[in-house]
Design a protein around this ligand. Structure first.
Ligand code: KIV
Length: 267
């Protein structure tokens, strides 16, 4: 380990809120992009079950398995020196009871080297969160719009029930979660929850007043094919950049200008 690198830890992550420092989080699923994100200074990398959609082309996150989360989290952890790596618990792990969830989460931690898990849920998942924390597994909650509920919701719907939201976030904190993702909720509700909680809130489609923000990497790089949600700002057009590079490669190969001398072995 390079002594100059000061890794992000769960206590440092929590302290950022007290210090008034905004937290940055992005998803990643592979080694090369994890290296790029880590070197760029992101605080935390989430190996989200969104990998089902952006890596596998599935319609939603439900098909993602524990083995797939482990595979992608291992790849990410090999590339990360500083960021806090969090693995998502795929559907339906956190509904299998406290002991099963501890067993599978511990397997994820042991086999990948990540530092924490995230699970969708708040009040209903409080006993599971408390069990994981008692076992020494740091947990991030996820309340508001829970994508694993997509079939029940009949699509992805902004969640506007302030009482439920507050109760879920508070329950996650009381059960020992070190942070909570707030997804798909109106900004004023997210602001209220953020003010009430001592642990950091990480927003996605939850406005500017959360303690930190997370986006799906492929959305923020402009790589996701097809429509993206309103909140998913693309910070560059990587799809366009890739397509231009590939078109140029094809052109140079077709006309014989690649490979040139600079990219060939003389003898
Ligand atoms: O799976 C995921 O990527 C997530 C984030 C979008 C919060 O849960």
């Amino acid at each position: 380990m390079n002594p100059a690198v000061r890794p992000m830890t769960v206590p440092k992550f929590v302290a950022a809120k007290r210090e008034g420092r905004k937290l940055t989080m992005l998803t990643a699923y592979d080694y090369s992009l994890a290296v790029a994100l880590d070197e760029a200074g992101v605080d935390s990398i989430l190996v989200g079950d969104s990998l089902g959609m952006v890596m596998q082309g599935q319609a939603n996150t439900l098909p993602v398995t524990v083995d797939e989360i482990i595979y992608h989290t291992k790849c990410v952890c090999r590339g990360v020196r500083r960021a806090l790596v969090i693995a998502d618990l795929p559907f339906p792990i956190n509904h299998l009871g406290v002991h099963k969830t501890i067993e599978l989460s511990a397997r994820i931690l042991k086999e990948t080297g990540c530092q924490a898990v995230k699970l969708e849920g708040g009040a209903e998942q409080a006993s599971v969160i408390a069990g994981l924390v008692a076992a020494g597994i740091p947990v991030m909650g996820h309340v508001g719009l829970r994508p694993q509920n997509v079939l029940m919701m009949g699509g992805y719907r902004v969640q506007r029930d302030g009482e439920t939201l507050m109760a879920d976030a508070q329950a996650a904190q009381d059960a020992g979660a070190f942070g909570v993702v707030l997804e798909g909720i109106p900004s004023p509700l997210a602001k209220g929850v953020t003010t009430q909680l001592a642990i950091p809130t990480i927003g996605i489609g939850a406005g500017p007043d959360c303690d930190g923000q997370v986006l799906v990497l492929h959305d923020m790089l402009g790589l996701t094919p097809g429509p993206v949600p309103k909140f998913a700002k693309a910070f560059c057009d990587l799809r366009g950049t890739i397509q231009a590079a590939v078109a140029e490669y094809c052109r140079q190969v077709s006309e014989g200008s690649f490979p040139d001398e600079a990219h060939s072995y003389g003898s």
